[in-house]
Ligand binder design. Structure first.
Ligand code: AMP
Length: 208
């Protein structure tokens, strides 16, 4: 869990590589669907571009489908889900049916201004989806994807006013989810400020 720009995607990828498990990023799955122009992707894109949450039934459906894959049978890392109380409740039912309780919920804590600063430098390849950051992970050639050479763009939902809106949505919709997990004693708060490797170490310690 964490605001847009908290580093969820970066840290979840590092953790998933280390644990060797199934990494379920709803943001990545929705962006892939939008890039591929599937009906679901077209529907999702309208919400994402406006900085709004994609409807619960759509997101819950794709998570349930993904968790049913063999790779996710023994465990999984959820990144960017659940973001609403309804999603958390659906996840609870899904996990109860599988007999697999959550081990932990991690909150990557980053102040809003820092989140906006980080997001403004983010660039993505519209062709293959590879992410870059002008300051932290710059491409080798300016504005060109290292992997496929396509021109990099800013994510539609990474524009400053959309980001501010996403932060409001986070406080309103996701705040109560954090409270739910805090009360359940599952929430581990990790300072998301600092370099990628420092945060990864803190995260690892919080889960040890
Ligand atoms: P992210 O990359 O996690 O910041 O997600 C980017 C966008 O995808 C969000 O702003 C939402 O529009 C959509 N999205 C990702 N995960 C969810 C979710 N669990 N529920 C609803 N919308 C989501």
């Amino acid at each position: 869990m964490g605001t847009p720009g908290a580093g969820k995607g970066t840290q979840a990828s590092i953790l998933a590589t280390r644990l060797g498990g199934c990494h379920v990023s709803t943001g990545d799955m929705l962006r892939d669907a939008a890039r591929n122009g599937t009906p679901l992707g077209q529907q999702a894109r309208r919400f994402m571009d406006a900085g709004r949450l994609v409807p619960d039934d759509v997101v819950i459906g794709i998570v349930a489908e993904r968790l049913a894959e063999p790779e996710c049978r023994d465990g999984f890392l959820l990144d960017g889900f659940p973001r609403t109380v309804a999603q958390a409740e659906a996840l609870g039912r899904l996990l109860a049916a599988r007999g697999q309780p959550l081990d932990a919920v991690v909150l990557l804590a980053v102040p809003a201004d820092e989140a906006v600063r980080r997001i403004s430098g983010r660039r993505v390849c519209p062709a293959c989806g590879t992410m870059f950051h002008l300051a932290f992970q710059p491409p080798q050639r300016p504005d060109r994807c290292d992997r496929c050479g396509a021109g990099l763009v800013q994510r539609e939902d990474d524009r400053e006013e959309t980001v501010r809106h996403r932060l409001d949505v986070y406080a309103r919709e996701t705040g109560p989810v954090l409270e739910h997990y805090r009360r359940a004693g599952l929430l581990r708060e990790v300072d998301g400020l600092g370099g990628r490797d420092d945060v990864a170490r803190n995260l690892q310690a919080a889960l040890a």
